[in-house]
Write a protein that binds this ligand. Structure first.
Ligand SMILES: CC(C)(COP(=O)(O)OP(=O)(O)OC[C@H]1O[C@@H](n2cnc3c(N)ncnc32)[C@H](O)[C@@H]1OP(=O)(O)O)[C@@H](O)C(=O)NCCC(=O)NCCS
Length: 170
């Protein structure tokens, strides 16, 4: 059986004890994720053990735009000087009890797979993340993300590179 299961946030999820070590990310899951979902601002996906409800990790995604001038030169070739449509992984965190066991990678791959799926229907140039600190930045760099020019914790991964990962999409 798979180690983790991911599904869209619902009322059955137990979020009350979620603790990633980043209070902002913990509070957001407990207090804001539901509201943001109801208002169609973000979708939150929660990881549990299969057939359990305890939230062990999550990510939240929405569409966003990146300012053209923040793209590194190598990324601007052939693009109009317009804002660039992206999927934003606004938040991603793993409970401290299971950090270092591959769940962060599992969540990120799931978010990339969803981005790929969305990009089949809507123009999406890249996946964007705002790393909360240098540790989070190091995590994303491992997966090929790189910095935009405005802030080195502001990162992106072009869709053509996500495509090369050959993730299965339903
Ligand atoms: C960053 C975070 C999501 C990583 O989750 P995790 O489940 O511990 O990470 P994983 O076990 O899936 O690790 C996946 C890979 O990333 C690496 N990695 C994990 N954390 C890392 C870090 N801080 N720096 C560099 N690499 C890191 C692992 O070594 C692993 O690489 P490997 O496959 O070559 O061994 C988690 O530590 C966390 O929630 N931290 C607090 C919140 C946070 O910083 N969120 C980031 C979004 S802003």
């Amino acid at each position: 059986m798979a180690t983790w299961a991911i599904r869209r946030l619902d009322k059955a999820h137990d979020r009350s004890s979620f603790h990633s070590g980043q209070p902002l990310l913990d509070d957001w899951l407990k207090e804001r994720a539901g509201q943001f979902d109801r208002r169609d601002l973000t979708r939150t996906f929660v990881a549990t053990r299969p057939n359990e409800q305890l939230a062990l990790g999550y990510y939240a995604i929405s569409t966003h735009r990146v300012i053209f001038d923040t793209l590194p030169n190598a990324e601007t070739k052939g693009l109009p000087r317009l804002e660039i449509p992206v999927v934003l992984i606004g938040r991603l965190a793993v409970d401290q009890s299971v950090q270092g066991q591959g769940l962060g990678a599992f969540l990120l791959i799931d978010a990339l797979r969803k981005s790929l799926q969305i990009s089949e229907q809507v123009g999406i140039r890249a996946v964007e993340v705002d790393a909360i600190d240098d540790n989070a930045r190091a995590f994303y760099l491992k997966f090929g993300f790189r910095s935009l020019l405005d802030d080195n914790q502001h990162l992106f991964l072009p869709m053509h590179e996500v495509r090369k990962l050959k993730l299965d999409i339903p």
